[in-house]
Design a protein around this ligand. Structure first.
Ligand code: BTN
Length: 311
């Protein structure tokens, strides 16, 4: 990994590790079978090209922020682990990413479908002694950051459905969930956990979500580079602020702005036309009872004016 620009002979590797050339060859074959891309050229030797696997070394190579990264092949939920780490009083930011989750969850306690190899399931745990932005705007900012990263890396235009869903070709391809941990004695927020799930090439969704969930059809992307960019982007946002420019981006990419919607607010249904997203990230809706602002709730229907209903 430290010599991706050159070939290294089997002999040199064997000498370095004090093993036989045959042992080197065997390990290279094993690594290749595990998803590490290593070229092998007669007389020149081996060269490490990259990996389709998630790897903390590879994430660190691309990462600019001081975040500890933990990688799991399989885990119940990265957000759940982040909570455990918070209980253990970790004082540093920790990024957790998994290749598969057996019990991933989303907002309203829903399951988050997290099959192996096809997505990104990650959480960032931030101790609150770190400078932090207005938590109301956090999800808004994270949605913008993710959309911008996909535009920069893959030239993909992701839309945003208030407050935290990322949409591609009318389907939800990613979800964001922010959880806070409060100090019981002081009543103040001691940790913040930002969980992100992205369907890169996920197919065969459970029947219940088939109509709404989709993927990006991104099969062979470098997930390590992507994860490093996401951790850097989200962490950078926490250390800075959501700017007017970001709010502008959010509105430009919003699928609900100027559309008729139905909002489920703790079981109460509200309908109206979305006239704005406020500077605090609230949904501003023109309802029959006048203009109302909402900081939470779930948009259950979007009627594209002069168009069809979207879930
Ligand atoms: C939502 O759409 O309601 C939010 C989905 C958040 C899913 C992610 S996947 C990684 C992290 N671990 C979890 O268990 N959930 C979040």
């Amino acid at each position: 990994m430290q010599n991706t620009d050159q070939n290294i002979s089997g002999e040199k590797i064997a000498l370095h590790f004090n093993v036989s050339r045959n042992a080197v060859w065997k390990v290279i074959k094993q690594l290749q079978a595990e998803g590490y891309l290593i070229t092998s050229k007669h007389r020149l030797g081996y060269r490490y090209v990259g990996t389709t696997n998630l790897s903390s070394e590879q994430i660190h190579l691309n990462l600019n922020s001081a975040i500890e990264v933990k990688v799991y092949d399989i885990i119940d939920s990265t957000n759940k682990l982040a909570k455990q780490l918070a209980i253990e009083n970790n004082t540093k930011p920790i990024g957790i990413v998994a290749n598969q989750q057996t019990n991933g969850y989303g907002r309203y306690g829903r399951n988050y479908y997290s099959p192996k190899d096809t997505g990104i399931y990650m959480s960032l745990l931030i101790p609150m002694q770190e400078q932090i932005i207005d938590s109301g705007l956090l999800t808004t900012g994270v949605a913008v950051i993710i959309s911008q990263i996909f535009s920069e890396l893959y030239d993909i235009d992701l839309k945003i459905k208030w407050v935290n869903d990322l949409i591609y070709k009318d389907k939800k391809i990613a979800g964001i969930m922010t959880e806070g941990i409060t100090d019981f004695e002081t009543g103040s927020l001691s940790y913040i956990i930002i969980g992100v799930g992205i369907n890169l090439s996920t197919k065969n969704f459970p029947t219940k979500i088939q109509a709404k969930a989709g993927d990006l059809n991104l099969n062979d992307v470098d997930r390590n580079l992507l994860v490093a960019n996401l951790f850097d982007g989200i962490y950078g946002l926490l250390k800075a602020n959501v700017t007017d420019e970001m709010l502008g981006y959010y509105k430009e990419h919003s699928i609900v702005l100027n559309q008729e919607i139905q909002l489920n607010q703790h079981g109460k249904l509200v309908t109206g036309i979305v006239t704005d997203i406020s500077n605090n990230g609230e949904l501003v809706v023109d309802t029959i009872d006048g203009i109302k602002k909402f900081s939470s709730g779930e948009i259950t229907k979007v009627k594209i004016i002069n168009g069809d209903y979207h879930g």
